[in-house]
Design a protein around this ligand. Structure first.
Ligand code: HEM
Length: 453
């Protein structure tokens, strides 16, 4: 069989043209490459990076399910994350990944997360309780505070981490930006160079490390099981060797979970609120469903399972604005044949899988740039191939927190829309999808809230 040969046709000298285009409009650039080259598009992103953008859903399944152990996380991004904290689950490989994944899984298991419903509701109520009719709120900020409050309680049993949310989220923003810059830069400057950026990165890292170390030390000294993730990590013991986790490992996992556990979910709900403000017809339908199913009662696991309109709106939001829009970089650890050898990704090639690209492929999604929750009407899983919709990825390294995120997004959205309608605060306000580590509305998302009477 003749294997496909890859050729970069757009990069110009040392791939610099691609680099410039990608920086200017990453979404357009990636979709153009797929349109031009199909299932696996090759491009050179600057002189150092050979990218293989895989968009055929079957090939993606092969990569994430069949060949997942022949790939490793892309070293550029893995190193950038490791420079903040070495032991982050999403960054680990082979045995140590297996061990840590097994250890963290119970905290995010479907049965366990039911216990988080009450605290999610409390944080949602607390946020909405501070709002009043006609106010304008930056939803990026409000949702970040709420989701940080929730993950803070789940991880560290701190009931009101919101008090520190602003400082923590500023530090996290700097660290996330650093990961994006270090992953995609043409050249990485040595960290010892005394630049303003390096100084800010160091301060942000120190802020976060000090914060987490203090929590770990206090908990160890206290010796009490709080039933939270921190206690379970401190008590975790390897069944065979009796080994326990070091502070370095606990810090890394807490950092990763804190980050993964609030940023993506807060963005998801923010985009959903934006869509509801922009398309009030869906807001009316959603409000009606919330009144019918939840009414004045508490949100329960049972009522959460009876919200088809909510499901469709949230699914469509994840399709249009996937928070983890392009996190799935891998490096081929050996030559990887796809589609019975039609294509071979060579050892060392960087594999790029982008949920944003998958969710905008015109062969699977009519008018992909239009917000239309009816795409997710009954039977959508039979119409759309697996891996043409993949907001949480798939295979053994699938998102650990997808069920928790789903529940949290529903609780936040139901609590808001039950009592308030949302409107675009200023139609002239300019914002855009920021293609950073996550897909955030930038610089903010001001919406006006109106109390329902
Ligand atoms: C809308 C919300 C979320 C989205 C869109 C999302 C998306 C993803 C994606 C695409 C991956 C795979 C990354 C890769 O393979 O390179 C991932 C991994 C992961 N996610 Fe999420 N996530 C969300 C919420 C959460 C929450 C709430 C938590 C936990 C509290 C969480 C914890 C993790 C962890 C620990 C991993 C690494 C899994 C591993 O490598 O074994 N995520 N997430």
């Amino acid at each position: 069989m003749v294997t496909h040969e890859f050729k970069d046709t757009t990069g110009g000298f040392l791939g610099l043209q691609n680099f410039g285009k990608f920086r200017g409009d990453p979404f357009g650039f990636l979709l153009e490459r797929v349109e031009e080259q199909g299932d696996v598009a090759f491009f050179r992103l600057g002189p150092m990076i050979d990218m293989y953008l895989v968009s055929n859903p079957d090939y993606i399944r092969e990569l994430l399910v069949k060949h997942w152990e022949t790939t490793v996380k892309w070293s550029r991004m893995a190193n950038a994350i490791a420079s903040v904290a070495p032991y982050v689950l999403s960054n680990l490989e082979s045995n140590i990944w297996r061990k840590h994944r097994k250890l963290l899984t119970p905290a995010f298991h479907t049965q366990r997360i039911q216990a988080y419903l009450e605290l999610m509701q409390r944080h949602a109520d607390r946020m909405v309780g501070t709002w009043s009719n006609g106010q304008v709120h930056d939803m990026v900020e409000s949702m970040t505070e709420a989701t940080m409050g929730i993950i803070g309680e789940i991880l560290f049993d701190i009931p009101d981490i919101e008090q520190e949310a602003s400082e923590l989220s500023q530090a996290l923003d700097v660290l996330l930006e650093q990961i994006v810059i270090d992953s995609g830069a043409l050249f990485i400057l040595p960290k010892w160079l005394p630049t303003e950026r390096h100084k800010r990165e160091r301060e942000a890292r120190e802020h976060f490390v000090t914060y987490l170390d203090l929590l770990i030390q206090q908990r160890r000294a206290e010796g009490v099981d709080h039933g939270d993730v921190l206690s379970s990590l401190i008590d975790a013991k390897d069944a065979e060797t009796g080994e326990m986790l070091t502070d370095d490992m606990i810090r890394g996992e807490l950092y990763g979970l804190f980050l993964a556990g609030h940023e993506t979910t807060s963005i998801w709900v923010t985009w959903a609120l934006y869509a509801l403000a922009k398309y009030p017809e869906y807001q009316i339908l959603l409000h009606r469903e919330i009144v019918d199913v939840i009414g004045d009662g508490d949100i329960t696991m049972d009522t959460l399972g009876q919200l088809p309109v909510m499901n469709k709106i949230l699914n469509e939001t994840l399709r249009m604005f996937p928070p983890a829009w392009s996190l799935l970089f891998r490096e081929a650890a050996a030559d990887i044949p796809l589609g019975d050898g039609k294509v071979v990704i060579p050892k060392g090639g960087v594999i790029y899988i982008s949920p944003y690209v998958q969710h905008h492929l015109p062969q699977y999604w009519d008018d992909p740039h239009v917000f239309d929750p009816s795409r997710f009407d009954n039977g959508w899983k039979d119409r759309i191939p697996n891996y043409a919709y993949m907001p949480f990825s798939g295979g053994p390294r699938v998102c650990l927190g997808s069920h928790m995120a789903d529940m949290e997004a529903k609780v936040l959205l139901a609590t808001i829309i039950k009592d308030y309608s949302v409107e675009i605060a200023d139609p002239e306000h300019d914002f855009w999808m920021n293609a950073g580590f996550t897909l955030r509305p930038y610089p903010n998302m001001p919406l006006r809230v109106r109390r329902r009477t």
